[in-house]
Design a protein around this ligand. Structure first.
Ligand code: F0G
Length: 456
């Protein structure tokens, strides 16, 4: 199947187009870019995708990203010609994106939705333990396509782990990582170092590191794998393809996810816009973004200052005023959900588009609720890191507020693995004051004492 693709400014009044062969992180006008496609998308592809789940030895059918290659074909591969596409597409041996929505009874009860209507998708089950692998598969494919040998990103730890792993797995590719010194969870730092990336610890937080990456790319043209790279977001759309694929293409009422740099929010919205245009879905799910109270930019701008996409005619003054207020007051993001400790999300405008397109919602939750939700997820035998648990805390809040109806179908995306930030979990459970703490008991090596204790 042949597709035509190009990059295009997201702001309709500009709409400038660029070749997919260009490496860019922005339009000449400074705004974000989309990857656009023209092609034929028959609904019969749904069956093809489903059949590819029985992948046999084909790692590109096994991959939960490349299984949907017709919908993200910016390379222009012949999608049924293995010899052709296997030379072009980058994959961690088919391991990325092998996730699907699952039911968790206790969490469903906790948030107040019927088990049968409530799904969580554990993106922590990706090879490097977060959803980022979905996007790195496509970002690295594009990097390879344009001949890049070095990639760079700023990170709160998961982007860096994923970028480092993909670089390590490719011959002839190097990753340079900027992190805020002391700002990333140890599990993530460990991965990034172990995969052999060059790690630069910046004295500052994620927002400072991100600004440095932007400046560096403008100066040197180095290939950026943060989510302002539109090709990375193409891979992240596959999370929504899997939701729909496993729900037999029945569109849920809500998709709920945590918001940091707002790449997922942007990618998910784009996935639904395209599927709607192709006539594959008749309704759009509402997308709810959950931010931490200590990193509330989207909440403040959307709910309190009424910032809207407005068909691309965004009131930039509202954003500029907000950011200059933050800078003036020296406000810094601060949350135990370190993955989303971000005050200046690079994909803000695309996220506004998603919210408008899907009739979405934004909520914010305190760290206490995030950590309780994290413990609750684990009580079902699954697990996630704090930022991911914001999803569950947010669903609970939206149900309590009557925004999400108790009989609606809800899919929550849990973005990262529980062992990414094991310290957050240990700290939680060692403090018996926490609502769901499972504090260990200290015992003498005395069998009678032990018997007493375990029979209690
Ligand atoms: N959840 C986790 C576990 C993350 O690592 C991130 C982002 C998000 C949610 C937010 O996603 O940016 O698409 O809104 N982590 C980035 C990183 C910033 O560097 O690892 P988003």
């Amino acid at each position: 199947m042949k597709t035509e693709s190009w990059q295009q400014c997201i702001i309709p009044s500009c709409g400038k187009k660029y070749s997919v062969k260009e490496r860019r992180t922005a339009c000449d006008c400074g705004e974000l870019l989309d990857v656009k496609y023209r092609g034929d998308y028959p609904k019969s592809l749904q069956e093809t995708f489903s059949e590819r789940r029985n992948h046999g030895p084909n790692i590109f059918d096994e991959s939960g990203v490349w299984r949907y290659r017709e919908l993200i074909n910016f390379v222009g591969v012949e999608t049924e010609n293995y010899d052709f596409y296997s030379k072009k597409l980058v994959s961690l041996d088919g391991a990325e994106g092998r996730t699907k929505p699952v039911h968790l009874t206790r969490v469903a009860e906790y948030v107040g939705i019927k088990t049968g209507n409530f799904w969580l998708q554990f993106e922590g089950d990706n090879p490097t333990g977060s959803f980022k692998d979905n996007g790195m598969a496509t970002a690295f494919t594009h990097a390879k396509m344009v001949g890049a040998k070095k990639v760079v990103c700023a990170s709160t730890g998961n982007t860096s782990s994923s970028a480092a792993a993909f670089a390590a797995n490719e011959l002839d590719m190097e990753a340079v990582i900027f992190v805020g010194a002391g700002k990333i969870a140890k599990g993530k730092l460990a991965q990034t170092l172990a995969y052999g990336a060059k790690v630069l610890q910046v004295k500052g937080d994620f927002d400072v590191a991100m600004a440095m990456v932007k400046a560096l790319s403008e100066k040197s043209g180095i290939y950026v794998v943060n989510s302002l790279n539109p090709f990375r977001l193409e891979g992240q759309k596959s999370m929504m393809y899997r939701v729909l694929d496993y729900l037999s293409w029945e569109v849920p009422d809500w998709i709920v996810l945590p918001g940091g740099n707002l790449g997922n929010t942007s990618a998910f919205g784009k996935a639904f816009m395209e599927l709607y245009d192709y006539g594959w879905i008749k309704k759009k799910p509402r997308i709810a973004v959950v931010v931490a109270e200590g990193a509330p930019t989207l909440y403040d701008l959307y709910n309190e200052r009424n910032l809207r996409w407005n068909n691309g005619d965004i009131d930039n003054e509202i954003i500029e005023e907000y950011y200059s207020e933050i800078d003036r007051k020296g406000v810094k993001a601060s949350t135990k959900a370190t993955a989303i400790e971000i005050l200046k999300p690079v994909n803000l405008k695309k996220a506004l588009r998603t919210l408008e397109y899907t009739g979405g919602a934004v909520t914010k939750v305190p760290d206490e609720d995030i950590l309780d939700a994290m413990a609750m997820v684990s009580s079902n035998g699954f697990g996630c890191e704090p930022a991911s648990a914001a999803t569950v805390a947010g669903i609970k809040k939206l149900v309590e507020q009557g925004e999400i109806g108790t009989d609606e179908v809800v899919v929550g995306i849990l973005t990262g693995h529980m062992l990414k930030d094991f310290k957050a979990i240990v700290d939680y459970h060692f403090n018996p004051k926490n609502r769901f703490a499972n504090t260990p008991l200290t015992v003498e090596p005395d069998i009678n004492e032990v018997l007493d204790l375990i029979e209690k």
